[in-house]
Design a protein around this ligand. Structure first.
Ligand code: ATP
Ligand code: MG
Ligand code: FE
Length: 336
């Protein structure tokens, strides 16, 4: 079974061809990061316009790199939410047009289900059920992946998403956008114990997350240093902030895996490419006798290969979208 997959929920225009849900035959990503950097974040209007400009090229490149034609595809999978409405619409319209013209079924994919599915690409032995920590630009969810496309949410963020916290802190110390990779890099030269930042606990649910207190503590630290005329040690600050985030992400995940008796833990989303999170999770899992899975960095951030994987399992389960498929900017995980 061959799936042509399309992803355009944020600032990556992407298309891929995936064979039997696990084998990536092509994975084309046209990133707009450079375009949005000068604004310090993604500008929705610019994103939509750029998607329109790139989408045809990206789809053609995905097919040609796979050495295949539309006739050979079994279905077209596309991200229809969550994300920026104008950005999503470009991918959805493209997928509908292509599928209709080639008389192929259309499958709508939840972007976050895609992120989780990225783990299946390089781990052929990984199958549900397992525990997954989803840490992206807009989501921080601790979930049980009960089956393909079936999730039970154990915890979620009360305020900022993990990636959002990275981006905001990076901006505050002048590292620029996107903040995650820049903090990751700066932290390598710093001391994670230099500054003691708070690890927030959410009383109502032990598996929920909160990053706004940590973000405020970092901003206070910066303001205090400025007031005192002190130099800010960016590597130390980056390492200490990252350490606080990773600490909470790892401890929640391990605690949940133990309570629910899971011996398989995966991570997903852009922040899953963070080197400290990968190291911290690797150590904690090995200590607890848990198998740890994580995608290569290229499959952590937005891409269409992961959408192709999710689309395959949806397709095999009988999911078909109508020609009235629409973008759903605030689509919830587990909703269809
Ligand atoms: P969502 O998937 O929730 O809709 P998104 O698609 O914008 O949001 P992703 O593409 O999954 O998010 O991830 C982007 C986020 O990952 C950004 O916040 C970015 O700063 C963060 N990120 C990327 N690389 C790293 C890294 N090495 N360390 C920490 N964060 C990172
Ligand atoms: Mg992005
Ligand atoms: Fe994403």
């Amino acid at each position: 079974v061959y799936i042509l997959a399309i992803e355009s929920s944020c600032d990556e225009t992407a298309a891929a061809v995936v064979k039997n849900g696990r084998e990536v035959l092509s994975n084309i990503i046209s990133s707009q990061i450079a375009l949005h950097t000068i604004y310090g974040g993604v500008v929705p209007e610019i994103a939509s316009r750029k998607h329109i400009e790139k989408i045809n090229q990206v789809v053609e490149a995905a097919l040609s790199e796979a050495g295949m034609t539309m006739e050979e595809m079994d279905a077209v999978g596309v991200t229809y939410g969550p994300g920026l409405v104008g950005a999503l619409l470009v991918g959805v319209a493209e997928a509908k047009a292509i599928a209709y013209a080639a008389k192929k079924p259309l499958v709508g994919v939840h972007h976050i289900e895609g992120h989780v599915s990225a783990n299946f690409i390089e781990h052929p032995e990984l199958e549900p059920p397992f525990m997954c920590l989803i840490v992206s630009g807009g989501h921080t969810h601790l979930v049980v992946v009960k089956d393909y496309g079936e999730f039970e949410i154990l915890g979620r963020t009360r305020d900022d998403a993990a990636g959002e916290a990275f981006d905001k802190v990076a901006r505050a110390v002048g590292l620029g956008y996107p903040g995650g990779p820049k903090i990751d890099k700066a932290a390598k030269e710093g001391n994670p114990q230099a500054i003691r930042f708070p690890r927030a606990k959410v009383e109502a649910n032990v598996y929920d997350f909160s990053f706004s207190g940590l973000k405020s503590a970092v901003l206070n630290h910066i303001n205090h240093a400025k007031m005192m005329g002190e130099e800010i040690n960016v590597p130390d600050l980056a390492a200490s902030f990252q350490n606080a985030v990773v600490d909470v992400l790892v401890s929640h995940t391990i605690a949940a895996a133990k309570e629910y008796g899971f011996h398989k833990v995966a991570i997903a989303g852009g922040v899953a490419s963070n080197s400290a999170l990968r190291e911290g999770m690797k150590k904690a899992c090995s200590k607890a006798g848990i198998d740890f899975y994580y995608p290569s960095p290229i499959y952590c951030t937005d891409n269409a290969a992961m959408i192709g994987v999710a689309a395959y399992y949806e397709y095999m389960g009988g999911a078909r979208a109508g020609w009235d498929l629409n973008a759903v900017p605030n689509l919830k995980l587990g909703e269809r």
